[in-house]
Design a protein around this ligand. Structure first.
Ligand code: NAP
Length: 483
């Protein structure tokens, strides 16, 4: 049954809720396959109005002081915390993510990121002196924020918080499959009296609203999180107006278990990592690399760990894996599994059958495969489902080659007998983030990809720098070395 929060007839432009001209887009609950709610989508014309509203707000917002913006970010955080239960409920409904994960990760980490920007602004230097020059870091202008469905609130705040901190207004386009949580952010923005045009929300099809944001001359920066396929297209379109494009794309990250590491700990943590959010996590460690001498033990641990993951109703506290986002995503994941098995892969756990007693919902069994070539599709392409591939290596040099041998480079982990051994190998990986021996998430450390995982960096001061232009003002005094 749709609740009022899950039916949204208006979009948020220039500080007002306005009637958009697009179609109604239904939002499915992936656990029940029923309609959860609906939104009326924006069209390209509506999105253009949002860009104009943001452009009108640009100069005023850009002139606010960091102290003022710190206050705004803290108010926004408090307004979202007031809506925490609704956010959790909405994310469980629209993503199908288990309720515990919705609270701790989807909402908890999103708010931690928002808070981190208020903290960071306390000491962020917008100006430095280099010889006779004053180098100013200025807001880069209107940000078009295009986000995916897998962590819709987190992805949105990972753009909106640093953009607002930098002094940039935002036009946000959430994924069509999961627009509802973004409306709660707009509600919070309205509740705290954010100046008109500083945050605008235009849900709608990527092919229309996303393309408008990627091509409109009034958008200065497109910050895109999504697939490498669409990211390439966005970058191509944005080139026409020479906008800056920050791409946060897909991954096929490795979890590398070094000789001497605690195999049980490393393998079970890797299985748990892959299954989070039903495998729909860009940074998931979807390839487990183990020493050939440890393969039997590794597979036994992986099988046991995967079998302990409870698949089921995401509203239940005991559930580890909810459904995947859609019927087509489920089909795609099952095709990858079936294709790998047809090519000779050995199924260690899971497979293409429906989980027991789950006749409805887009559920996939936690699946572990081995016996595949490192060049096979299942070992190279992003499956974006609860699927782990286990590969064996002969020595550490080969392990490093295998870890680096995909077109992606987003994340990864290294497990060693001691941290120094693992750190030395982490340095050799061509990837944007590496966790050593199960280290904890740090919201102030940069996140982003090498190679086709993207070219941007979110989180921490790198997140703010994405949204700043740099101006050198040459001052007449102290002209030593000045030309
Ligand atoms: P997607 O299909 O690429 O869509 C991402 C966003 O782009 C959606 O809002 C989508 O809108 C929009 N879009 C689609 N076509 C567009 C176009 N022609 N022009 C402009 N925008 C367009 O990705 P997804 O399936 O939602 O998300 C999964 C992908 O995101 C995975 O590859 C995952 O690895 C990646 N991801 C990366 C990170 C990271 O930080 N590196 C984080 C999370 C996810 P519609 O929904 O309306 O199509």
């Amino acid at each position: 049954m749709s609740r009022p929060e899950w039916v949204r007839e208006h979009v948020y432009i220039g500080g007002s809720w306005v009637q958009p001209r697009g179609d109604i887009c239904e939002v499915e609950n992936p656990a029940t396959e029923e309609v959860l709610g609906w939104v009326r989508c924006a069209t390209a014309a509506d999105a253009a109005e949002a860009v104009e509203a943001a452009a009108a707000a640009r100069a005023g917002w850009g002139r606010t002081t960091p102290a003022y913006r710190i206050g705004v970010l803290r108010e926004l955080s408090a307004a979202l915390r007031d809506r925490e239960d609704l956010l959790v409920d909405t994310l469980v409904g629209e993503v199908g993510t288990p309720v515990g994960l919705a609270r701790s990760s989807h909402v908890g980490q999103a708010l931690a990121v928002l808070d981190s920007y208020a903290d960071l602004l306390e000491t962020f230097d917008f100006e430095e002196r280099i010889g006779s020059s004053r180098v100013l870091r200025e807001p880069a202008g209107v940000v078009g924020a295009i986000t995916p469905w897998n962590y819709p609130l987190y992805q949105l705040l990972a753009k909106v918080a640093p953009a607002l901190a930098a002094g940039c207004p935002v036009v946000a386009k959430p994924a069509e499959l999961t627009p509802l949580s973004a409306f709660i952010v707009a509600d919070a923005a309205e509740a705290i009296g954010l100046p008109p045009g500083v945050f605008n929300l235009v849900p709608g099809p990527g092919s229309e609203v996303g393309e408008l944001l990627s091509t409109h001359p009034g958008v200065d920066i497109v910050s895109f999180t999504g697939s490498t396929r669409v990211g390439r297209r966005v970058a191509g379109m944005a080139a026409e107006t020479v906008k800056r494009v920050c791409l946060e794309l897909g991954g096929k990250s490795a979890s590398l278990v070094l000789p001497g590491a605690d195999v049980e700990r490393a393998v079970s943590a890797t299985v748990a990592n892959v299954m989070v959010n039903s495998g729909q996590t860009c940074a998931a460690w979807t390839r487990l690399l183990v020493p050939r001498s440890e393969i039997d033990q590794s597979l036994a641990v992986a099988e046991e760990a995967a079998s302990q993951h409870v698949v089921g109703d995401p509203r239940h506290a005991a559930t580890d894996l909810g459904p995947v986002i859609s019927a087509s995503q489920r089909r795609s994941i099952l095709d990858y599994i079936a294709g790998a098995v047809a090519e000779g892969a050995c199924l260690v756990s899971g497979g293409v059958e429906r989980p027991d007693e789950l006749g409805v919902g887009h559920y996939v069994r936690p699946t572990v495969l081995t016996g595949v070539s490192p060049q096979s599709r299942i070992a190279q392409e992003e499956v974006f489902g609860p699927v782990l591939v286990v590969l064996a290596y002969a020595d550490v040099d080969e392990a490093v080659v295998l870890a680096n041998a995909t077109s992606y480079g987003l994340a990864g982990s290294v497990w060693g007998a001691h941290d120094g051994q693992a750190f030395a190998v982490a340095r050799r990986l061509r990837t944007g983030r590496v966790d050593v021996n199960g280290a904890a998430w740090n919201p102030s450390a940069p996140f982003g990809g090498y190679k086709q995982s993207g070219n941007g960096r979110e989180l921490g001061r790198w997140g703010i720098e994405e949204f700043l232009e740099i101006k050198a003002v040459q001052m007449p005094e102290g002209q030593r070395g000045h030309r």
